[in-house]
Each structure stands twice: as C-alpha cells, then as structure tokens.
Design a binder for this molecule. Structure first.
Ligand code: 6PG
Length: 228
C-alpha cells in the first residue's frame, strides 16, 4: 500500500460541530471496517479533548460487538485514578455500550511503565493493522506520549516513557511505528492553547505529531485554532 504523507486540515466553527463531525467519521469508519472485515480496530486518544466525542458515541447505535478498542497511551497511575485515560474513556463511553469487555484493551499502566509497556506490547503482538487511530495534540506538539526531544524504541509496539514533561512523568505509549500501522489517523485539536503547535506543524517544524502519518495520510480536525 502506498503511504500518503498528506495532512488534511478540517476547520470547524463550533465545539459541537467538531464533536459531531468526529463522531460521524468514527462511526462511518467502523461501519466500513466491519463491512469489509467483520471488525473495527480503533485506538483512542487520551487527555480531555476527546471526552465530548466519547460522550456522543455513548449515545449512538453501532455494531459494538465487533469493535476492538485500544489506547494510544496512558499515565502510570492506579487503574481507577481520575487522570487515567482508560478511566476517562470508560466513564464517558465504554461502560455505556455493549463492546465486549475482552475487546477493550486498556494499557495496564498501573503496573508501572516498564512492566506495563511489556504487557501491552504482548497484547498488540498479533493485532492487525489498526483501522483508525485517534490522537490529541499537546501545546508543545506532542501526541500520545511522544514528546519533543524524547526518542522511543520503535522496534517495540508499546514503550515506557520516563520524565514526560506533561505529568505524570511515567507513562506508556504505543510507539510511533505501531501507531503508523493504521489505515486512518484523526487528530482532534481544539483551543487557542494549541495555536503555536498548529502553526509550527503547518510551518514544517518536526513536532512529534508529524511522526504519525498512517497509511493514508492524516486528518486534523480543528476548532478555535487559526489555520494561517
Ligand atoms: C495524554 C494524551 C496526550 C493528549 C494531549 C492533548 O495522556 O495526555 O495522550 O497526548 O492527547 O496532551 O491533551 P488535551 O486533549 O487534554 O489538550
């Protein structure tokens, strides 16, 4: 499959419009994947931006039994800690729909970054190409837990992160190479705080977000940031 490095920017004029558009595309991607291969493999973004989309998804009808859910990263905190990405997704969405528990693959970040990354790499070992990877963008241009001036071992599917500049310092992230093994990438970027990172991105700076290209380029859904 030829790789497209195209980055396609989609600007929305309200928070509700970007949330509705992202929700619609995620559901459409799921329908396409399930129709084509009987399953949909989606990797969720953490942080706060995607929460409203997850809440909208919790209100939808979908062929949930054929969804397989992964996380692109998580923080090394107790499993029920409010700052865990897996808890945010479960509370906002996953606990409200009929995705089989065995198809929800939380990162075992409560084990610590080294042991948890090893365990998640094992989970990912036999997982086919993802259908959709959903990502956020940090103010410094990070995505998942791929931070500026930090390199990760791309020979592994999941890796420990130390000294992350966004607390907590210890995290686990799917590696750049494994995140790129996906048909589709959707970034969700909202808020003036992301303006500098978007400007740097569009001016060709090598921020970590540009490491993720997927097999068919990247869609960047934006609200409350200017595409100069
Ligand atoms: C995390 C996320 C991280 C996040 C960005 C944006 O664990 O924090 O994986 O990459 O997506 O920092 O976060 P907000 O959506 O909260 O702005």
């Amino acid at each position: 499959m030829t790789q497209s490095s195209a980055t396609r920017w989609h600007s929305f004029d309200s928070q509700d419009n970007i949330n509705q558009a992202a929700t619609a595309r995620i559901l459409q991607a799921a329908n396409e994947a399930i129709q084509a291969q009987g399953s949909f493999y989606v990797v969720l973004a953490g942080g706060s931006t995607p929460k409203a989309v997850y809440q909208l998804l919790s209100e939808q009808q979908a062929d949930w039994a054929n969804w397989h859910v992964f996380h692109n990263d998580d923080r090394c905190l107790p499993v029920d800690h409010e700052e865990r990405n897996s808890k945010m997704a479960r509370d906002a969405w996953l606990s409200k729909v009929a995705i089989p528990e065995q198809k929800i693959h939380d990162i075992p970040a409560e084990l610590g970054n080294v042991a948890g990354a090893k365990a998640y790499a094992e989970t990912l070992k036999d997982v086919r190409t993802f259908d959709l990877v959903i990502l956020g963008l940090g103010e410094d241009g990070h995505t998942a837990s791929l931070f500026p001036n930090q390199t990760v071992d791309n020979s592994a599917d999941a890796v420990p992160v130390f000294d992350a500049p966004k607390p907590p310092a210890d995290r686990i992230t799917i590696s750049q190479s494994r995140l790129n093994n996906t048909k589709e990438v959707m970034f969700l970027v909202t808020g003036a705080g992301k303006q500098e990172a978007v400007d740097n991105w569009r001016n060709g700076a090598a921020i970590p977000a540009t490491l993720i290209t997927g097999n068919n380029g990247v869609e960047v859904y934006c609200f409350d940031v200017e595409l100069k």
